[in-house]
Ligand binder design. Structure first.
Ligand SMILES: [Zn+2]
Length: 347
């Protein structure tokens, strides 16, 4: 079978296909007759293959949502292979099909992955790269942007839940990792909420410094103060950065002394519930899930992870509500001893 120069119009590839060709009978369109240069479909497919592969690839897949059975489904970017070839070669669908069929492809029987598959979408590599670069930039923006502590905590909870739902079967290994992630999210939430509150409430910041031995017992020389005007703020920041916010009883103490509320919704029962969660986190982080005393492996199933996540979310919601109330109380003029301006950091 021969294809003629009237059947394929892409200028970039045209010369390579037809520059040395002689006119002859076109097998694809009778109306082209034998006026135009022709090339055998095998040769054309060989040249097509080389150029097409350098410019097109499989469309990338993107997570697009959960179906009715909570399974994730993906959508592929790009267009069906035949469309791409028609657009690229500027030919009709019949010529495109024959080019695809005759293009040299890895033979799956030899263990190679076929490049051409009419059931997938393909897209220009340049487009794909531009899209992926843009997505990477969005992601970086997300990383550098500091969202509200509650918002970022909620995102972490959502991540945990969507991965839990996407699990095809019980996967205690992944559950263990997600559990660590979830406790980490709580730590971060407690630490950034604390930070936000003392920055908004100067009298609370003083209470915090007074009630924290490592800060109140500091002896500072005058010359140090003269050298560094941010000395006090830096000492506070260093202390908070090095403080482990998973010591929930200590954190509770800190919140109580500074803001006069407990981080536990029901301190009597919650202290034990969260002690178990934190002990388990220690087993996971330091002993790959093995119990500190017995050496036994703590297996975390989806149900366990789901109830741990609920408990953690319950504590965070409680802290969020009280933190919000605390900030609101600063806005009323009757609250003395504060330099907080409501417009600065609304929670
Ligand atoms: Zn033709």
């Amino acid at each position: 079978m021969n294809v003629c120069a009237q059947c394929i119009k892409n200028k970039d590839i045209w010369t390579e296909l037809f520059q040395d060709a002689e006119a002859g009978e076109c097998d694809f369109d009778k109306s082209h007759g034998s006026r135009y240069p022709i090339i055998s479909i095998d040769e054309a497919a060989f040249i097509f293959d080389e150029v097409f592969r350098s410019k097109y690839g499989l469309g990338s897949s993107e997570f697009s949502g959960l179906d009715s059975r909570d399974k994730p489904y993906f959508e592929q970017h790009g267009e069906p292979l035949n469309f791409c070839v028609q657009g690229f070669m500027e030919c009709d669908d019949k010529v495109a099909d024959v080019l695809i069929e005759n293009a040299p492809d890895e033979d799956p029987r030899d263990g190679g992955e076929p490049f051409y598959d009419q059931s997938y979408n393909y897209e220009e590599l340049e487009h794909r790269k531009a899209r992926e670069d843009a997505a990477a930039e969005d992601w970086l923006d997300l990383v550098y942007y500091t969202p509200h502590p509650t918002h970022s905590f909620e995102m972490d909870v959502r991540d945990t839940r969507s991965r839990m739902q996407a699990m095809e079967a019980e996967d205690p290994f992944l559950c263990r990792l997600l559990f660590i992630h979830q406790v980490g999210a709580l730590e971060r939430f407690l630490s950034s909420t604390f930070r936000r509150l003392i920055d908004a409430d100067k009298s609370a910041k003083r209470k915090f410094v007074t009630s924290t031995d490592q800060l109140s017992a500091k002896n500072i020389k005058l010359i140090e103060v003269m050298r560094d005007e941010h000395l006090v703020e830096n000492k506070i920041a260093n202390f908070l950065h090095s403080f482990s916010f998973h010591h929930l009883v200590k954190v509770d103490n800190m919140y109580l002394k500074t803001f006069e509320f407990s981080i536990f919704p029901n301190p009597e029962t919650d202290i034990n519930i969260f002690k178990n969660i934190i002990d388990l986190r220690h087993d996971c982080v330091h002993r790959n899930g093995h119990n500190k005393d017995t050496g036994e492996l703590n297996v975390i199933f989806r149900n366990d992870l789901s109830s741990f996540t609920e408990e953690i979310e319950r504590l965070a919601n409680h802290v969020h509500d009280l933190a919000h109330k605390h900030l609101k109380s600063l806005e009323t003029p009757s609250s003395n001893e504060t330099d907080f301006k409501p417009s600065e950091t609304p929670l």
